[in-house]
Design a binder for this molecule. Structure first.
Ligand SMILES: [Mg+2]
Length: 356
């Protein structure tokens, strides 16, 4: 699916998304839908859309066939012999959660244990060609009602850029994401971020680091949020023990699905560490599932997955995800709550694989 606008961070410019929609059936003909959220190349994690396809077809699907699935939360155990490949697992698990919720006649957010259906959302804005274009993009997102703005930064496009943004927008809720663009050698430089009263800085240092982030967090007031470093419960325990961060970003695909995401959410809540839901430029199915996750109570900051129309000319769900007054109101219908737009799906589809 071609993105409406290219999205640039410190590592990549993304212009399109290759993804697989998982459609799963039970013996009664009910359907559930999942979505792979990996990018086309392995810049964010080691997974790509091609590896998710391979893992689902050759490893996860055969495991599903071994015996009936009694409850979606049993899949963690079923898939345990496949190391990592969290985005492949999350796509299959998500489809089964959707199917399960439909069988139970409850919305997905209720099936995972939430009684909230109103999700505050923020806008994530990629790097722009110049400051005026960035300021305009922020203004547009504010006009659309988004509750906070997240900017991508890297060395050379940080302090100077934030000075201009804060001059124009002194009071907006603002956060930044470095996608690992810095090292501890930048400590003094990163200390300057404190003057901008940011909600957080996401993943300033290496994608797999905990120790240096702990050293940095001791020296700066801006809360550090770990994103790329967090894939498992064990990663969260490491981060909490070393005090590497004050906030954790949970994404369904990154952590392997709802069961893991909820376990991480609960562990963070027990330790008074707030979490929030980052985005993966999801199409409608992945977007709806991320928003269902973000209804849980320890998601304390506006979520990244906002309106479909921010990203796509046409989404693959009906109705599209809409933002009103800074919130997405999730439908009260069973499962993900959105219908698949078969016409749109057929329009974008380049390949179809049937496993049985
Ligand atoms: Mg991030």
């Amino acid at each position: 699916m071609p993105l409406k606008n290219p999205f640039t961070n410190s590592l990549q410019t993304i212009t399109k998304k290759d993804l697989y929609i998982i459609e799963i059936f039970d013996q009664d003909g009910n359907q559930g839908f999942g979505e792979t959220v990996a990018f086309d190349s392995p810049w964010y994690t080691e997974e790509t859309s091609a590896t998710t396809r391979y893992m689902i077809e050759h490893h996860l699907f055969p495991l599903l066939q071994e015996e009936p699935v009694s409850h979606p939360s049993s899949l963690g155990k079923r898939f345990a012999d496949v190391r990592r490949h969290h985005m492949a697992k999350a796509a299959v698990e998500g489809a089964i959660w959707d199917l399960y919720a439909k069988r139970e006649h409850v919305p997905l957010h209720r099936a995972i244990g939430s009684d909230n259906s109103h999700v505050p959302v923020g806008a994530s804005i990629g790097m722009k060609q110049d400051i005026p274009a960035l300021l305009e993009a922020i203004q547009t997102a504010m006009n659309q009602g988004y509750q906070r703005i997240k900017l991508k930064i890297k060395p050379g496009q940080d302090i100077n850029l934030l000075e201009k943004v804060r001059t124009r927008f002194p009071d907006i809720d603002l956060m930044v994401d470095a996608n690992s663009a810095y090292t501890l050698k930048d400590m003094d430089h990163l200390k300057q971020l404190d003057q901008f009263h940011l909600m957080m800085i996401e993943q300033p240092l290496a994608h797999d680091d905990f120790v240096d982030h702990a050293k940095l967090q001791k020296e700066i007031h801006t809360p550090i949020c770990l994103d790329e470093s967090i894939h498992t419960m064990s990663d969260v325990r490491t981060a909490l023990t070393l005090q590497s961060c004050q906030i954790i970003s949970i994404k369904l695909g990154k952590v392997g699905g709802f069961a893991q995401a909820k376990a991480i959410h609960d562990l963070c809540a027990a330790n008074q560490v707030p979490v929030w839901c980052g985005g993966m430029l999801e199409a409608g199915v992945g977007r709806a599932q991320s928003l269902a996750l973000a209804t849980l109570p320890n998601f304390r900051f506006p979520a990244d997955p906002g309106a479909s129309s921010r990203y796509w000319h046409q989404d693959i769900i009906k109705p599209e995800v809409k933002v009103e007054n800074g919130y997405v109101q999730l439908p009260d219908t069973p499962g993900i709550g959105y219908e698949i737009d078969r016409e749109a799906l057929a329009h974008y589809r380049t390949e179809r694989i049937v496993c049985k």
